[in-house]
Design a protein around this ligand. Sequence first.
Ligand code: NI
Length: 198
Amino acid sequence: MILPIYPYGSPVLRTETMPIEANSPELQQLLDDMVETMHGASGIGLAAPQVGRTERLFVVDLSAMAEDIQEELGEIPDWAQGPIAFINPDIVEADEDDLCDYEEGCLSIPDIRENVIRPDHIRVRFLDRSFEQQEIEASGMLARVVQHEFDHLNGVLFVDHISPLRRRLLKRRLREMAQGRVEADYLLADPKQAGQLA
Ligand code: NI
């Protein structure tokens, strides 16, 4: 089932998430719904708060970029072959000496893309859909998406990372968005129902 995506200004996007204690049919259903919602919106990542939930999880699917990834790495790794769930993720290492710049967007902030500087290499530990512990080294696009989605679990959005100048330039757009003046070609939650952050 496609879930409505909560836009910028929705309090749930600023709420801390809670670790998931156990696997359950409800959790599997939520993961299915989040993957369907992400695909329906042509996204490559989606975090639980974006669909109004407070579970500590996100989904990523980089298979649409498999060709580019193959060019970069010489093969298509498992993580680029379809959707993956990151349950109770933890970034256990981030190489702060090797930063890179990339223009990010977010399904909760339609039509805005901004450069964000982040570490290019991280190590992330998480539970997969079967509740098996995994630890992967991520670089390039995977490192980028994982860090962006991980931020969502701590109430952080990519626009929090941009330069003060860029933030000033975007201030009005973001304020309008928080007031409900937002459109996308996928289903958005009614910001009035989602509540406002003033
Ligand atoms: Ni996002």
